[in-house]
Design a protein around this ligand. Structure first.
Ligand code: AMP
Ligand code: ZN
Length: 399
């Protein structure tokens, strides 16, 4: 049979009819990190493959490029399409979609994320998570508009933009498009080369800044991002390994609004990457499967890998780690960095210093000076004092 693997794209031919699980085992692929697709249908580990079959093995975990007829849906007892080992359950299409919606409803209710009257701005990257989130919020009747930020990362960004526009048009939903180069004069690849920050750091800083600013300028009550359980568990692991207690204290799926900061929510935090990918697939959402070409080797991916290894031998580890933290751990950490915020002298967004981290990063990338003409140049010790007292962007904006 022919097996098409993605990220990077390649094909292998395997001999002999057998179940999906044996194909995955031969290719050393963890069934929890992929979707197996035959002619637009999902297959479970127990589905049988014939010699003449062609299948696609699609990774659903970032960095994870290399999981019926015998499984029954837990809810309706029909034929299951997807198995969730951490719940020791399998679901058919309709019941799986119901399960996903319930997880989001529960997240929203438990953490008081959204009101029916809120204007919600969903940050959509073109990936599975954020498009699934937008789809879910629209289906649940929220007033949800999309925000796409063009990062200028070659073909990857072009394709992401197309996918997001197509989604919005299909549903007649409002989409706000901000282009980093047009609005702010740089793109992410240039920023990574010119500034002192790593590519991922400056990209993250730019996203958080633009999400907040666009939401305020267009009068939205809340920004929703597609961060999922895998993202949050990996971040918590990273923060814990370094005992970054201030970050740990703030790693909540809701950050309330405060001086110039709009409320931020992560309604997918109870769902794994594999679940959001399966949801997007089942809903026929066209999303960008390939990953950002610039992230290879980033620490977050290493932490995801580590969590996946634990999950493979003990299904449920990610959920008990992150959801258990929200339940029982978070109260043990205090957020003492409730720094005083004031408007940035350049852009008026909140900051703890004179100029916000975004404006400083941007000035560095563009080779500009931040202080207005006529201002005496700052003394080295003033700059050092300002930097030392400044809260990190993640403390201000969340992640
Ligand atoms: P990431 O930081 O790439 O893991 O993405 C986390 C979340 O940020 C996604 O689920 C989206 O909600 C949002 N996001 C990422 N990239 C973009 C983008 N280019 N435009 C709008 N939202 C984005
Ligand atoms: Zn600023």
């Amino acid at each position: 049979m022919r097996v098409r693997l993605r990220n990077p794209d390649r094909e292998v031919d395997l001999a002999g009819a057998r179940p999906v699980r044996s194909v995955l085992a031969e290719l050393s692929i963890d069934p929890d990190t992929v979707l197996v697709i035959r002619e637009r249908n999902l297959l479970t580990r127990e589905d049988w493959l014939e010699e003449r079959d062609e299948i696609e093995v699609r990774p659903v975990i970032s960095g994870g490029a290399g999981g019926g007829n015998r499984m029954k849906c837990r809810r309706c007892k029909g034929r299951a399409l997807i198995e969730l080992r951490r719940h020791n359950a399998a679901f058919c299409r309709d019941c799986f979609l119901h399960y996903v919606h319930e997880q989001v409803r529960r997240a929203v209710k438990d953490h008081d994320m959204l009101d029916a009257s809120d204007r919600v701005l969903v940050a959509v990257s073109g990936g599975k998570d954020s498009l699934a989130l937008w789809d879910i919020l629209l289906e649940q009747g929220y007033r949800a508009a999309g925000l796409y930020l063009g990062l200028g990362i070659g073909d990857y960004s072009d394709r992401s933009g197309q996918v997001v526009r197509a989604f919005a048009e299909e549903r007649g939903a409002e989409l706000i498009h901000v282009d980093l180069r047009d609005e702010y004069g740089y793109d992410v690849p240039t920023a990574g080369k010119r500034g002192s920050r790593s590519t991922c750091a400056v990209c993250g800083l730019s996203k958080r800044y633009v999400f907040n600013r666009a939401a305020l300028e267009h009068g939205f009550d809340v920004v929703a991002t597609g961060h999922n359980l895998d993202d949050e568990a990996a971040t918590l692991l990273g923060n814990t390994l370094r005992w970054q207690t201030e970050y740990i204290a703030r790693q909540f799926p809701v950050l309330p609004a405060r001086d110039g900061m709009v409320k931020k929510v992560k309604p997918l935090h109870r769902l794994s990457e594999r679940e959001t990918a399966a949801f997007a697939f089942m809903r026929g959402i066209d999303y960008v499967v390939e990953e950002c070409p610039l992230v290879a080797g980033n620490t977050q991916l290493k932490h995801k890998d580590a969590m996946n290894q634990l999950e493979a031998t003990s299904p449920g580890t990610k959920a008990s780690f992150y959801l258990g933290y929200l339940d029982r751990g978070a109260g043990l950490f205090t957020d003492s960095a409730a720094a005083d915020l004031r408007p940035c002298e350049r852009c008026e967004q909140p900051t703890t210093g004179r100029f916000c981290a975004f404006c400083r990063a941007r000035a560095q990338i563009l080779g500009e000076r931040l202080a207005p003409p006529g201002d005496p140049p700052p003394r080295d010790q003033d700059i050092a004092a300002e930097l030392a007292g400044e809260s990190m962007p993640a403390e201000i904006y969340g992640r």
